[in-house]
Design a protein around this ligand. Structure first.
Ligand code: IPE
Ligand code: IPE
Ligand code: MG
Length: 239
C-alpha cells in the first residue's frame, strides 16, 4: 500500500475531517448502517497514517457529535462499541508514534470507554510529530458554552476581570487550548455544512467538499484534497 509521497509546497498544520456518509454507503449495499461505520474505521486508520507521512502535525476526525445522540439507540450503541473496540486496536498508531487525543464532553460516555481514552492518551503523549484527535460527543457550541462556564467561574471568584476578556481568553478555555486553529476542513459525502464542528477554530479555515462517501474515500483522495490546499490564497482579512 506504500504510495509515493507527493511533493507539496504547503501542507495545512491542522486538518479537520468530518467523516460522513457511512450510513448511505451501507444503505446502497442493503446493509444495516453499522456496517458503514465499521467500514469507515478502515478509512480513518488509512488517512491517519497518511497524514503522518505527509507531515501534517494535527488532524481531527469528527466521530460523534453532541447531536448524534438523537439517532436510534441501537446505532448509538454500535458506535460506542466501535469506539471501544477501536481503542483496543490503537496500539498500532502508538507503534507508528502518532499521538492520540480526544476532544469533546466525556461525561456522557461510559466509564470503560473513558478509561480506555485516558490510557491511550497517556501511552502516546510523548510523540510530537503528528497528533490525531478524535472528536467524540463533540459539539462546537457545547465547547464554547463550556468555555464560558469556566470563564464565569473565574470572574465570580475574582481571579479574572471581565473587562480583560478577549478572544484569547475564550481560546484558552476550549477543550484543547494548546492545539492550533483548523486550517482545512474536509467533508466527504456531498453535504455542504459544518454540523457544529470546530466552529470557533475553523473561523478562517479553507474547505474541501467531495461527493465520495467516507468508506469509499481513499488515501489518493486524501492526497488530492491536501494538494488542493496548497493552491489556496489565504488572506485572513488582510490584502
Ligand atoms: C457519519 O456517517 C458517521 C457519524 C455521524 C457517526 P453517517 O452515519 O452520518 O452517514 P450518513 O450521513 O447517514 O450517510
Ligand atoms: C456530522 O455528521 C457528525 C459526524 C460526522 C460525527 P452528521 O451526519 O451527524 O451531520 P448532519 O446531520 O448531516 O448535519
Ligand atoms: Mg451523516
Amino acid at each position: 500500500m506504500a504510495k509515493d509521497i507527493p511533493l507539496l509546497e504547503t501542507v495545512p498544520t491542522h486538518v479537520g475531517v468530518i467523516m460522513d456518509g457511512n450510513g448511505r454507503w451501507a444503505k446502497k449495499r442493503g446493509l444495516p448502517r453499522k456496517f458503514g461505520h465499521r467500514e469507515g474505521v478502515k478509512t480513518f486508520r488509512a488517512v491517519t497514517r497518511r497524514a503522518k507521512q505527509l507531515g501534517i502535525k494535527y488532524i481531527t476526525f469528527y466521530a460523534f457529535s453532541t447531536e448524534n445522540w438523537k439517532r436510534p439507540d441501537d446505532e448509538v450503541q454500535a458506535l460506542m462499541e466501535l469506539f471501544e473496540k477501536n481503542l483496543d486496536e490503537v496500539s498500532d498508531f502508538i507503534d507508528e508514534e502518532i499521538r492520540v487525543r480526544f476532544i469533546g464532553d466525556r461525561s456522557r460516555l461510559s466509564p470503560t470507554l473513558r478509561s480506555k481514552m485516558e490510557n491511550t492518551e497517556r501511552s502516546s503523549e510523548q510523540f510530537d510529530q503528528t497528533t490525531m484527535m478524535l472528536a467524540i460527543n463533540y459539539g462546537g457550541r457545547d465547547e464554547i458554552a463550556n468555555a464560558v462556564k469556566e470563564i464565569g467561574r473565574l470572574v465570580k471568584s475574582g481571579e479574572l476581570d471581565p473587562e480583560s476578556i478577549s478572544e484569547e481568553t475564550v481560546a484558552q478555555h476550549l477543550y484543547l487550548p494548546d492545539v492550533p486553529p483548523v486550517d482545512y476542513v474536509i467533508r466527504p459525502s456531498g453535504e455542504l455544512r459544518l454540523s457544529n464542528f470546530m466552529i470557533w477554530q475553523a473561523a478562517y479555515a479553507e474547505y474541501y467538499f467531495t461527493n465520495i462517501l467516507w468508506p469509499d474515500f481513499t488515501v489518493e483522495d486524501f492526497d488530492r484534497a491536501i494538494a488542493d490546499f496548497s493552491h489556496r490564497g489565504r488572506r485572513f482579512g488582510g490584502v
